[in-house]
Design a protein around this ligand. Sequence first.
Ligand SMILES: NC(=O)CC[C@H](N)C(=O)O
Length: 359
Amino acid sequence: MTQTVKLILEDGTEIQGKSFGAFTSAAGEVVFSTAMTGYPENLTDPSFAGQILVLTYPMVGNYGVPGEDLYESISKIFESDKIHIAGLVVNYYSEEHSHWHAAKSLGDWLAEYNIPGIFDVDTRLLTKKLREKGAMLGKIVAEEDVPLHDPNQDNLVAQVSPTEVKHYGSGKNKIVLVDCGTKTNIIRCFLERDVELIRVPWDYDFTTLDYDGLFLSNGPGDPKMCEPTISNLQKALQQDKPIFGICLGSQLMGLAAGGDTFKLKYGHRSHNQPVKLTGTQRSYITSQNHGFAVDTDTLPAEWTMLFENLNDGTCEGIKHVSKPFFSTQFHPEAAGGPQDTEFMFDDFLKAVEEYKEGK
Ligand SMILES: NC(=O)CC[C@H](N)C(=O)O
């Protein structure tokens, strides 16, 4: 029998719904995504750590959850090796699922990781509230009440980053990937491009390593929590080796450059965020998942905005005016979402080749 659970927001809103996944209570920051597909990818994206995710797409679970498949010891399917969200809020949960690759139901998968889900919630109405008031703390309450908890006060990157260095591939360009909670599709995108990848923990002193290019990954929480990464990055910015950052990596680059970051009112989480390449009329449709952004007004003179969000005008990437340092706030690796900006990986590796030729 389906049990009743509640979603409670910090402004006092209480919404009654039905339980799926684990029948347990959990607190976090309530954020919404308007993506129409991709829950296996979203739920395993480490950037969602600490967040209760509201999906506006009305029917969820109908294609189940794919079976695991490995490639070079990383998942071919998922964006990390576990579910990272704190809870899931949907409108209609489809008990039935059907897909050639489905191995289990979404509810069973959530239960495996002890993550609660709540359905029968008007997630579009809830999203309107989150857009008006901004992202809020909240909790899914089953039997036991739990206190509200702000995950942005925690060092979430330290919780999701690996503790050991790992090596992948044997290509001609040696790239250090600073893993603050990387999505596996970033690793796949590099391995498809003739790269030897050295994946290091968020606080690892990579400045001592021999490499051709530096990459900063996405990750959860407030970028200002990543002090060791920022100070290592500041050393790398003194050199000329190419640096590329995605999402949290873009925010870390902004902070290391001397700029500031701020929390957006309700974040960008979807697969259809329009961005414009600065200095052109060219726009791209991008996959995004972020709640913070670089404040471009605070950047030193040698840095500029590379992409601008066409919905709210906020910064979607930065670049150095003369050195090969650049970033995107959106996800060129997508997973899920459109792959239109995957060329950013090619641009980065081109910069790496040019750096090696000029050395
Ligand atoms: N996907 C990410 O890397 C997110 C970065 C950061 N945690 C934010 O919410 O803005």
